[in-house]
Design a protein around this ligand. Sequence first.
Ligand code: TMP
Length: 207
Amino acid sequence: MFISFEGIDFSGKTTQVKLLEHYFIGKGKKVKLIREPGGTLISEKVRSILLDKENHQMSIETEILLFSAARSQLVREVILPYIQDGTVVITDRFFDSTTAYQGYGRGVSLDAVQQINKFAVGECIPDITVFIDIPIEEMEKRKYGKNSRALDRMELASLDFFHKVREGFLSLSKTENRIKLINGILPVEEIHEIIIEEIKKIENRQQ
Ligand code: TMP
């Protein structure tokens, strides 16, 4: 099974990815966790270029190609071999982030985004995508709350940008059956339970 998590920054994806990993481990399954951009030596190097605050001159075209380059390496080096081995692969972000951030957020044409995404991943598409949705005000609260940390190049973008990114995810979740929208304001445990219910549906379908 191949599962992706999506959402704007500070939506709580990473916490849920870890809880889901424990769920599968508890069931005796092999699990591989990855995060995007990253997950291979090459992709982690590309990640550091993408998130470096010094790179504020980066053009939108360079940005989308770098995110996609990191992903194309990850798919071939890690995701496909693990899936073939029967391991559950869970990724913190995948190509829907490119559609939402570079397409809706930065304004790259959605046709171009679709073609670039397809070229980067080929037929490697998640069985299910969990989209954890929070309002922008909640993102701001968490960004500057008591557990706040240094912000990277993407997190420093304007509020207007994040409004567009969120609209992108919402719009994708309406058209793509694979994407399950979950209210990220709910308590962590409740979100986890909803995710497990969705995963069980996929497991039943695959049996
Ligand atoms: P992270 O904070 O979830 O690790 O993700 C890194 C940042 O990169 C986050 O702000 C979202 C952004 N991003 C894109 O803009 N496009 C993409 O395709 C991906 C995977 C991430």
